[in-house]
Design a protein around this ligand. Structure first.
Ligand code: NAI
Length: 260
């Protein structure tokens, strides 16, 4: 199979939740493609690698910086986006930070409901707000990409609180795309399927063991769980000029999970 070689030279990408997992891989790929990468995360040390993401990009000759950011606090997100001004301002905003809390709808604690919605839905909403206002103020429209999920469209057992955040991401994406189109800003989402990351920590022991043994919650037509490498390319595509006429879209990257 051939490859598309992305070129984001001199562009600035802000990405939340890029210390570990899917976000880390997206950040590394944008770094490889020449972008200035601004990472916002509550953690600096990765769960799944030895070197912080921004250091790994710089070790490879790229440009990256880490800004400690809790996406549940809109002031911190606005500060993260304003840090990108040092490189000329945000061109691509990726709202990826996410959290999983499982459990039955019958006994979830209200604080857990607030926490998961604050990170997964409110964090995306205010990430869009901060990036869009910055782009409009600078007169430099760009691209915004949110991390949704198969859970944006499909209910999964004992995941109401998670699925509802990802359903919200789907509609936050569509509504923002509608409103920001007149400014030339595109807003899209990527919906990963079951991806092998440390996100699994939040799963029940039973689900974790099953996934580790390759026994996924549901059969995947392509026959395996995905990896961050499988997912990252979709973000580069949606951010690129190749996707210049795509907005309000949710692109599933799930090995065919949602086709049956
Ligand atoms: P991960 O746990 O490896 O990475 C999540 C990242 O978000 C971490 O770097 C973490 O420190 C950061 N984060 C958590 N809370 C934060 C906060 N309040 N502020 C800033 N950063 C915060 O998980 P993974 O799998 O890479 O998840 C990334 C995104 O992909 C999430 O939005 C998740 O919901 C979504 N997703 C993951 C799937 C999977 O199977 N792993 C499937 C579908 C969607």
């Amino acid at each position: 199979m051939g490859h598309i070689n992305p070129d984001f030279e001199a562009e600035t990408v802000v990405i939340t939740g890029a210390t570990s997992g899917i976000g880390r891989e997206i950040a590394l790929r944008f770094g490889d493609a020449g972008a200035n990468v601004v990472i916002g995360d509550i953690e600096k040390e990765p769960k799944d690698a030895d070197v912080p993401t921004h250091e790994a990009i710089e070790d490879d000759g790229g440009t990256a910086t880490f800004v400690e950011t809790d996406v549940t606090d809109s002031d911190q997100i606005h500060r993260l986006v304003s840090e990108a001004r040092e490189y000329g301002g945000v061109d691509v905003m990726i709202n990826n930070a996410g959290l999983f809390i499982g459990g039955s709808v019958r006994d979830l604690e209200p604080d857990d409901f607030d926490q998961i919605h604050s990170v997964n839905a409110k964090g995306v909403y205010f990430g869009i707000q901060a990036a869009a206002n910055d782009m409009i103020e600078r007169g430099e429209p760009g691209s915004i990409i949110n991390t949704a999920s198969i859970s944006s469209s499909y209910a999964q057992f004992e995941q109401v609180q998670y699925d509802s955040t990802k359903g919200a991401v789907r509609m936050i994406t569509r509504g923002s795309a509608l409103e920001l189109a007149e400014h030339g800003i595109r807003v899209n989402a990527v919906g990963p399927g079951q991806i092998a990351t440390e996100f699994i920590e939040g799963w029940s022991e039973e689900a974790k063991e099953a996934a580790q043994e390759g026994d996924l919650i549901k059969d995947v037509p392509l026959g395996r769980a995905g990896t961050p490498v499988d997912v990252a390319g979709a973000y580069l595509f949606l951010a690129s000029a190749e996707a210049g006429y795509i907005t309000g879209e949710l692109l599933f990257v799930d090995g065919g999970w949602q086709v049956f």
